[in-house]
Design a protein around this ligand. Structure first.
Ligand code: GLN
Length: 681
């Protein structure tokens, strides 16, 4: 039984008890030998298969190769009776769990019996039969959309297609278990994560409303101006503003002008660097580009010394995030192909990076290319400097091929929706979270992120690292994208730039987000004293529940040092749990005088009375606990007494006792107070 419990814990998902019971319906593949399942021994040696279902005592052998369903049964500590016959349709375990969770129904005792389980007659499920239950299609769609899974999500195309065929998309229809099973079959994993609250940002709707508020606030900002040195960029409507977020489990949220294509400009730089790394490897690439912030403007005429024995005056670009470095990367992209082929290859990579969240967002604006190519003296100058300094790699072809490809790549179009999928692909270690396609190696993504953090925002990068602390890249087209490793990608687009060249609104959105969420890479906390919201936590109050549990644990063990440290870390050591029990209740009940003393002495004078008189769910105060357990007592001044039996001042007893003791309990003195025994309602 011990083993069974441990397994149950290991495999438990956030589903109701009913669902766990429901999950007991086994699914047997054609070739499965039910005898191969695992059974568990009770402490007394008898064997059992979960709540109430008992098997004969013989032990079955584990088959060398367990089928997946055997593993499922194993996980649940269930095994069908050897004579099990397959009368009922077979469903995947996850389907049963999901359907049970959505409907609150479970398999009935009779259904399990029909499946051949030997069941303890004592245990009869009273909940509604799963086979007679239905789930509302509208509810299901609302649940998926509420958790951030979009209708346009490539993984759900089949699911929504089938719902439409059943005319259950626009109209709310009841779905039986059999229909539900067919619907979810192609995307069971992702729907399972949504239903069990295990997607990357579990509280997606709360995140969405915070983002909406931030959008409206930042929309008021009108300062800055479009980039004008590239004529085409000056013509873009400066009022446009879009924010998009895609998580590594593919949840998506877009606000505002998120489907308007814009020029990615310098946002292309980290990706060109990744493409060069993929093609040539890190050593080859970094012979020609550094990893240092330049501390200068993105198009500054400056290079970094990189002497080599044969070229002592060799100089290379500081990093791949500034113009010189990005041109260097372009020189390495498939140099043997024609320029059209090279651009097409880059566009294909961009399509792979951004695919999955709706129609292809990638485009190319030849007019911008032409307008930049015609006004690019500065970039030409930088390129000549690099050539003169011996910076280019052996695969280098010509300056014009390199520069024209660079301008073309800067003229790629994308939307903030697409940019957020690209950023999520980086957050996901180079694997597009929606299509599941690997675009870059995880090691290379690990290389680009620190460069984005230290060099991604031009000569604002230091301030950005200080304020926001996230890898990000900015472009003069007005986009800034950010990567929160293992959580999500965020893209903000609005064309007006500050004097440094970063979108004013995008920087403001990032700063605003950091006020609410613990996004900064170096956000530190003392113990569990977290004041900002952690995006990937399941529930808003998860942190505070953990903190209370830690405080109560310390109290139950009389660990004054731990209580003190929690207090210094900023936790509320007087908070109560679900049963309204406080650390003081628990320390008093367990007779930990030192802990009681610490808690009482540390309490703010104004709150002391309230703290000592706090009633738990059963109406008991810490004072009662002290009396009841006859180990420590708090006197009327709130002092813990290191005595086992102390008479308590009548006033104090009345003051606190009258508030909470059941009327029949004598109050005069703990010496004559009978044990209160088990909590009374
Ligand atoms: N194409 C632009 C240039 O080379 C890109 C600059 C930018 O976005 N910072 O100047």
């Amino acid at each position: 039984m011990r083993l069974f419990r441990a397994r149950m814990r290991e495999n438990s998902v956030a589903l109701s008890d009913d669902t766990k019971k429901a999950a007991s319906m086994p699914t047997l593949p054609e070739d499965a030998d039910p005898r191969s399942s695992i059974i568990f021994e009770d402490d007394d040696g008898s064997s059992s298969v979960g709540s109430g279902a008992t098997l004969p005592k013989s032990r079955f052998q584990r088959r060398a190769q367990m089928s997946s369903i055997d593993r499922n049964l194993d996980a649940l500590g269930l095994a069908p009776h050897p004579d099990a016959h397959e009368e009922l349709p077979r469903y995947e375990l996850e389907t049963i769990q999901m359907f049970g969770s959505l409907t609150g129904a479970s398999l009935t005792w009779l259904e399990l019996k029909q499946l051949g389980f030997k069941l303890d007659p004592q245990w009869k499920s009273t909940s509604q039969s799963m086979l007679e239950s239905t789930v509302s299609s509208a509810f299901l769609v609302k649940l998926l959309e509420g958790s951030g899974l979009q209708r346009g999500d490539a993984r759900l195309t089949d699911f929504y297609g089938k719902l439409r065929d059943l005319d259950a998309l626009e109209v709310d229809r009841p779905l039986t278990l059999a229909v539900f099973d067919k619907l979810v079959a192609p995307c069971r994993d992702i729907i399972y994560l949504a239903i069990s609250g295990d997607l990357s940002i579990p509280d997606f709707s709360a995140f969405g409303s915070t983002l909406e508020k931030i959008y409206s606030k930042i929309n008021e900002i009108k300062s800055g101006a479009n980039a004008s040195y590239i004529p085409q960029l000056a013509q873009v409507n400066p009022e446009q503003f879009g924010i998009s977020v895609t998580t590594v489990s593919g949840q998506h949220l877009s606000i505002g002008d998120s489907d308007v294509p814009f020029c990615i400009q310098s946002c292309s730089k980290p990706l060109s660097y990744l493409m060069a790394l993929g093609e040539h490897g890190s050593a080859y690439v970094h012979r020609c580009v550094g990893t240092e912030p330049s501390g200068q403007r993105f198009n500054e005429m400056v290079l970094k010394d990189a002497p080599e024995p044969k070229q002592p005056s060799r100089r290379i670009p500081h990093n791949p995030m500034i113009n010189a470095g990005a041109m260097m990367m372009c020189s390495m992209l498939s140099p043997k192909l024609t320029r059209e082929e090279r651009l097409e290859k880059v566009l294909d990579t961009w399509r792979a990076l951004t695919a999955g969240a709706g129609p292809d967002p990638v485009g190319y604006d030849d007019a911008t290319y032409q307008s930049e190519s015609a006004t690019a003296d500065r970039n030409w100058c930088l390129a000549y400097m690099m050539k003169e300094s011996g910076a280019f790699p052996p695969c280098f072809t010509s300056l014009s091929e390199t520069l024209e490809l660079y301008f073309q790549i800067c003229s790629i179009l994308c939307t903030s929706r697409g940019m957020s999928v690209m950023a999520a692909t980086l957050a996901n270690g180079g694997l597009n979270p929606i299509t599941g396609e690997r675009v870059f190696a995880a090691d290379d993504v690990r290389r680009v992120l620190p460069l984005m953090l230290t060099c991604g925002m031009y000569d604002f990068s230091g301030q950005w690292a200080f304020d926001v602390g996230l890898p990000a890249k900015s472009g003069v087209g007005g986009c800034v994208f950010m990567v929160i490793p293992n959580v999500c990608g965020i893209a903000v687009w609005s064309p007006r730039l500050d004097p440094i060249g970063n979108s004013v609104r995008a920087v403001a959105v990032a700063q605003e987000l950091c006020r609410t969420y613990a996004l900064h890479n170096f956000e530190v906390f003392s113990g569990l004293s977290r004041h900002k919201v952690d995006l990937s936590k399941r529930r808003k109050n998860e942190e505070s529940i953990k903190a209370i549990a830690a405080v109560l644990f310390a109290a139950s063990h009389g660990e004054v040092r731990a209580l003190r440290s929690h207090h210094i870390a900023g936790m509320d050591i007087y908070a109560s749990d679900y049963d309204q029990r406080t650390a003081l209740h628990i320390a008093a009940a367990a007779g930990h005088v030192d802990a009681v003393e610490y808690l009482v002495k540390t309490a703010p004078a104004a709150d002391l009375e309230h703290i000592i008189g706090a009633k738990d769910r059963w109406g008991f105060t810490p004072l009662h606990e002290a009396e009841n357990f006859d180990r420590s007592v708090i006197d009327k001044n709130g002092q813990a007494q290191r005595r086992s039996r102390v008479s308590i001042d009548d006033d104090a007893a009345e003051r606190h006792g009258a508030l909470s003791l059941p009327p029949h309990a004598p109050l005069a003195s703990p010496l004559c107070t009978p044990s209160l025994g088990a909590p009374q309602p």
